[in-house]
Design a binder for this molecule. Structure first.
Ligand SMILES: Cc1ncc(COP(=O)(O)O)c(C=O)c1O
Length: 359
């Protein structure tokens, strides 16, 4: 029996994507070879790669002048590649959590004064998105994390910025419509809304190639290499890209990003309402900045010691993945695209039952 999966990433994927990948692993398009066995340079895989890019461009309405790339090593590799390629004089970082902190750390390798933390919500355990600061007007780029997977906060608007805006969208990519034209670069690890772990997506505006820093950059770490070779300078993660294509096909069938956003909002609203209506559970993030993807909550005193019991109570009801990140504690329910209202209903029901039993 399939469980109610609330894992933070890797996470729940649409069943059709899993089934179609399973089939392709055994026999791709009836050619008597697995997706794992064909050459990445052959026509069968090339068609998969091309269609994945077309679907991404179509769903996100990516304007002309942007390159779509796939590479290994996750979003964390991008933290390093961004300053390596684009940090010339100085860059700004908005620090809204662990991942923003990690990205900033890589920038600071080029000089403590070159990667500047423009604002941070660390003072309140990253439970809000800073707003009282002036957006940068000079510098090489402004780096933001649109959704903070661990703390459960999200930037709900597309910022307007005078300098190139670079966004880590690992955990809210394809969960809502985005005005891509506002961004110089969008990137993330695929393992939340678009596929399994092991592949990162990068959407890069062409003019950024004119802004590359004058320093030796290893071939594999240059964006130019991946653009020139259509993500095939080296052997790409073929199976992961195949699954990504299947996830994007599912998303298109679902009705695209407008419909996906409505569904995601409905799921999150339902869960946040259950949290707010309860006397046992409490949301940790300020309401206006609450993530639609990662819903973080804890138990109020005097119920704190009942937290562990709730994880077990859920697991007995086939609800998995709700234990909070080790750095935060409490609970985190990740309601990515493939998570259903039925999954959320099961969790809401378990919360109510647990409260009735123990409060
Ligand atoms: C927002 C965000 N950025 C970056 C990362 C790191 O991604 P990866 O593990 O693909 O390097 C994660 C992982 O969960 C994330 O949630």
């Amino acid at each position: 029996m399939r469980k109610h999966i609330f894992n933070a990433g890797p996470c729940k994927l649409p069943m059709t994507a899993l089934e179609n990948t399973a089939k392709a692993i055994l026999d791709l398009n009836g050619i008597g070879q697995s997706i794992m066995e064909v050459s990445h340079r052959g026509k069968d895989f090339e068609a998969v790669l091309d269609e994945t890019i077309v679907l991404m461009k179509d769903l996100l309405k990516i304007p002309e002048g942007y390159h779509v790339m796939f590479m290994g090593a996750g979003a964390s590799m991008q933290f390093a590649m961004i300053p390596m390629n684009f940090l010339r004089t100085k860059a700004y970082y908005l620090n809204t959590g662990t991942w923003g902190t990690n990205a900033l750390k890589e920038g600071k390798l080029y000089g403590e004064d070159k990667a500047i933390e423009i604002a941070s919500s660390k003072d309140k355990d990253f439970t809000y998105i800073p707003k009282n600061y002036a957006k940068p007007t000079d510098g090489d780029y402004f780096h933001i994390t649109t959704n903070n997977t661990i703390r459960g906060s999200e930037i709900h608007e597309d910022y307007t910025c005078a300098i190139p805006l670079i966004a880590d969208m690992s955990s809210d990519f394809m969960s809502r419509p985005v005005d891509v034209s506002k961004y110089a670069m969008i990137y993330g690890g695929a393992q939340k809304n678009v596929g399994p772990s092991g592949v990162a997506f990068v959407i890069l505006r062409d003019d950024m190639l004119q802004r590359v820093a004058d320093r030796p950059i290893p071939t594999m770490l240059k964006y130019e290499t991946h653009i020139k070779n259509n993500s095939m300078y080296n052997t790409p993660p073929c199976v992961n890209i195949y699954t990504m294509r299947e996830v994007l096909k599912w998303l298109k069938e679902f009705g695209g990003l407008d419909e996906m956003y409505k569904y995601n909002k409905a799921k999150a609203d339902k869960l946040y309402k259950a949290i707010d209506d309860s006397k046992m559970f409490r949301g940790t993030v300020v309401k206006e900045d609450r993530s639609l993807m990662n819903i973080v909550f804890v138990m109020e005193e005097p119920y704190k010691e009942l937290e562990e019991g709730f994880v077990k109570f859920c697991s007995e009801r086939n609800i998995v993945g709700i234990k909070g990140h080790r750095s935060v504690g409490g609970f985190r329910a990740s309601t990515y695209n493939a998570c259903t209202l039925d999954d959320v209903d099961a969790l809401v029901k378990a919360m109510a039952e647990y409260e009735t039993k123990n409060a």
